[in-house]
Design a protein around this ligand. Sequence first.
Ligand code: R5P
Length: 289
Amino acid sequence: MIFLIIGGSASQKLAAKVAWKLQDTLSPIETRKFPDGERYIRIKGDIPQDVTVVQSTGYPQDENLMELFLILKNLKDLGVKNIKVVIPYFGYGRQERRFKEGEAVSAAIVAELLEAAGASEIFCINLHEKDMKKFFNIPVHEISAMPTIAEHLKEMDNPIIIGPDKGALGFAEEIAGILDCDCDHLEKVRLSPTKVETKPKSIDVKGREVVIIDDIISTGGTIVNATKILREHGAKKVVVACVHAVLVEDALLKIFAAGVDDVIATDTLRSEVSAVSVASLIAEKLEEV
Ligand code: R5P
């Protein structure tokens, strides 16, 4: 059976790596913009019944999403029966409920549109809101990037893996389990009615190599704050690891200026620190399913 992999313009390199790992055919897709900014899509060559599309929906989110919808609906119209959609970084995945009256629940809307466009199954790397799976009526396979990130940290000297908040403790525990090292998270302790201190919950970081792990780095504010605290508590080395390097504006500069020694991220999004590829994890999951 022939399987075809299509890389949308946000994820062509990653799609090529996945195709190579699976020994599948990488489709020559033509995608460009008309002079007025609208998107043109053409899928060339023979199209089999099973197709996998790889497209992250990070910045520019609206363009990447629109391109994905065009690819999916086009494949459906061309008779493809099974369309697996790999969305390494799921943009619009944060608003999974209506916080204020009248707000759009964007995660639910995007999920519905993906299904309507023809997606048969979804594959994602570390969804920010786990809850958003409930918006799909098709299978959603979430893959954790932590094993691959851990692999890139194994040369460190007995590090402590730290989540910048309690929500990131699960990532820290996963990596620490693989590397057989300590983990912790930062927590806010109220010292007085007017004074709050943020510090590692239970482990002393003095003189230790520390890894701060988070799913997303967006403005960098969370990492800058965590780095300052860890340096104040005597951390010898601070390495930052994340899955999705959203990196708004000068986030990376702020992070290095705060005293971070190194930043590593996966290639769910393209950036100058996206050195850890999730291609093998995606290929394994596609093969397993
Ligand atoms: C929050 O829940 C996330 O896990 C990240 O900590 C957050 O998205 C990071 O954002 P920023 O880089 O803007 O602080």
